[in-house]
Ligand binder design. Sequence first.
Ligand code: FEO
Length: 169
Amino acid sequence: MASKAMIKKLNGQLNKEFYSSNLYLQMSAWCDTKGLEGSAAFLKTHADEEMQHMQKFFTYITELSGLALIGQIEAPPVEYKSLKDVMEKILKHEKFVTKSIHELTEAAWEEKDHATYNFLQWFVSEQHEEESLFNSILDKFNLVGSDNKQGLFFLDRELGQMVTTSAAE
Ligand code: FEO
């Protein structure tokens, strides 16, 4: 059985996942207004994934007979300098989420809450994958250079194709 303190921490993470979804959805809207349709589709799919993460916490808290609490979710930033700026901000945000998941995992370990520790392992792997994905996307931006319009066109197209590929898996 999870402690009250652990339920509170799990609720904190639930709200961070909710914010992540809103952040990526807002970024998707920004990309759409800049004609970056591939990136907009990619980010919208990513926002859906974050909503699924939120739901995992919601379901787990409910299974523990805890009360899932949807708090006030801060509005995400609206303006971005470039698509590279968007990707840099995502990587920074994902690193923040990884740190939060690791702190939660350590707390579960210290409380000998094996069920929660086990539940969080999926998120530990997921965070590793997400950081690796955005690191590789940023590597591509560094390869083409930030002022290269043709490079940006191909990167946007590639991001759009990543949505098609993951939908087909
Ligand atoms: Fe659910 Fe990308 O953290």
